[in-house]
Design a protein around this ligand. Structure first.
Ligand code: TXA
Ligand code: MG
Length: 303
């Protein structure tokens, strides 16, 4: 399978592959033509930068300029669910959306690493879903979303982390652009206090990003039941506690377990035909920060 995947990538094709965060839709990052096709299949507007996936830390310098913060972070967290943004080096414009920076990541999923090592180059890959939809955390999700538009789907089982990588901009003063699989607290233990946000060029900031078809309503354990009664249509509650007398799916007890199952639960609510999902936000610490970020985006702007 890996050999076939490498052949497809070298020929400018598209290969969906597992990572520990979510499934990626991969193309040869040096092939402008392949990356253009990737944008077309994903339905993503040009100008949104892609992450380049690499097999190991030593390759970082082929693609971007190291800084002391980026090498410290790479040493501490790669392979793993972290994307580091640095000034780019010889990366095609189409990959970076014309920015002078590039997002780089060494994933830890064994199948992703096997593919990257065999391919030897960089693989540009967004999450393997259509633009604006919930990211896939199983090969079946990818099949449902992209079907025949991908040349090959590598099945590496369900993703262990379940939310996307933490994106850290190291092209200036380090800042977290997107909370993700590496908790902010873990980063701060290595490089000290780090802010959230900054000059975000992430499509993740669009209101409709990460959204299921059903409307998403944010709640607390205390308000979930009352909020559900105020929402039109068939409603399902996602929370740790049974709200009583309502359609309810139990959220697991740890943020890690919630993250792992979150996107599958949102997809399942759509498949079950619910019109609205009332979901209890976790405490915003550890992976809870990434979970809350995705749920807020799924809920869209509040008026
Ligand atoms: O976990 C992940 O990061 C997954 C797996 C497949 O690696 N990938 C992923 O890619 O989530 P995507 O394209 O769905 O989201 C990448 C985010 C986008 O919001 C993009 O704007 C941002 O990374 N990004 C990429 N390069 C950037 C850059 N040079 N500057 C700022 N943001 C960048
Ligand atoms: Mg995405």
């Amino acid at each position: 399978m890996i050999e076939q995947a490498v052949r497809i990538l070298r020929a400018g094709g598209l290969v969906a592959f597992p990572t520990e965060t979510v499934y990626g839709l991969g193309a040869d990052a040096r092939s402008e033509k392949a990356v253009r096709r990737l944008f077309a299949v994903k339905g993503r507007p040009a100008g949104h930068p892609l992450i380049v996936h690499l097999s190991d830390r030593a390759r970082l310098e082929e693609w971007g300029e190291m800084t002391s913060a980026s090498s410290t972070l790479a040493k501490a967290f790669w392979p793993g669910p972290m994307t580091i943004i640095v000034k780019r080096r010889g990366v095609p414009d189409v990959v970076t959306g014309g920015l002078d920076t590039v997002g780089l990541r060494v994933p830890s999923h064994p199948m992703a690493l096997e593919l990257l090592r065999a391919f030897e180059g960089g693989i540009a890959a967004p999450s393997a879903n259509r633009f604006g939809k919930v990211s896939p955390t199983t090969a079946q999700h990818v099949r449902e979303d992209l079907g025949r538009d991908v040349d090959l789907i590598l099945d590496g089982g369900p993703c262990a982390v379940g939310v996307e990588s933490t994106i850290i901009d190291c092209s200036g003063e380090p800042a977290i652009l997107r909370p993700g699989g590496v908790p902010r607290e873990a980063i701060e233990r290595v490089i000290g206090p780090i802010g959230l946000g900054g000059a975000t060029r992430a499509p993740g900031t669009l209101a409709t990003h990460y959204a299921p078809r059903a409307r998403v309503v944010l709640a607390t354990e205390e308000t979930a039941a009352a909020q559900s009664r105020g929402v039109a249509g068939r409603v399902v509650v996602l929370s740790r506690r049974d709200p009583g007398g309502l359609e309810w799916r139990e959220l697991p007890g740890t943020a890690e377990a919630v993250a792992r199952g979150l996107y599958a639960m949102l997809r399942q609510a759509d498949a079950d035909g619910f019109d609205a999902i009332v979901v209890v936000l976790p405490p915003e610490e550890g992976l809870g920060l990434a979970i809350a970020d995705r749920l807020r985006k799924a809920a869209g702007p509040r008026d």
